[in-house]
Design a protein around this ligand. Sequence first.
Ligand SMILES: Nc1nc2c(ncn2[C@@H]2O[C@H](COP(=O)(O)OP(=O)(O)O)[C@@H](O)[C@H]2O)c(=O)[nH]1
Ligand SMILES: Nc1ncnc2c1ncn2[C@@H]1O[C@H](COP(=O)(O)OP(=O)(O)O)[C@@H](O)[C@H]1O
Length: 188
Amino acid sequence: MRRGRLIVVSGPSGAGKSTLIRQALSEVPELAYSVSATTRKPREGEVDGRDYLFISREEFERWIEEGRFLEWAEYSGNLYGTPEEKVEEFLDEGRSVILEIELQGARKVREKRPDAVMVFVRAPSLEETRKRLEGRATEDTEAMELRMATALGEVAAMDEFDREVVNGDRERAREDMIRTMREIIGGK
Ligand SMILES: Nc1nc2c(ncn2[C@@H]2O[C@H](COP(=O)(O)OP(=O)(O)O)[C@@H](O)[C@H]2O)c(=O)[nH]1
Ligand SMILES: Nc1ncnc2c1ncn2[C@@H]1O[C@H](COP(=O)(O)OP(=O)(O)O)[C@@H](O)[C@H]1O
């Protein structure tokens, strides 16, 4: 069986990555989602094992020592990492796997797996990114400002990516994301 593709989806906080990925996963059955581990506290509505594996810093550090991560990074004071075993399982089953990860992690994956396809998601502008983060209201002011500061650096890295999805109009972005995923799976 042909192995699946490794798909990295990255972009500033508030760009709409989670929203677009959720939509792509429900439309494209060949896609699987890699559930990351994090030391961040769960947000209202987030489910352990579905959105993230919520673990302590001690446990996270143990996983690093045991070499269980394909990549990991610190972001906004918390640790985030991609457990490698599950990703490999999906790829072996012929499913393509989406990693929703920040820029440092994306760069590590590109180094380790040059065949990974890098997709950048962004809002039409930074002002729009801020508005959406404020609308989502999941972070306190400090965490939000940190995300905005990081967003500036992330937008500058756009050129490092293979594909871009601009999330302006919701419906168009949804279609664009789904088309992009189908093209990647189909080898385009
Ligand atoms: N390197 C890395 N980044 C991750 C991983 N999982 C999530 N992230 C990124 O960590 C950042 C923060 O995620 P989160 O706390 O859920 O906040 P949000 O992006 O504002 O919704 C986002 O850019 C995610 O893409 C991971 O396994 N590895
Ligand atoms: N095209 C869009 N137009 C307006 N708001 C959007 C759009 N896409 C997503 N949002 C909203 O913006 C906020 C951030 O989206 P989210 O998917 O959580 O971003 P990310 O995962 O990149 O941090 C959410 O409240 C979401 O409902």
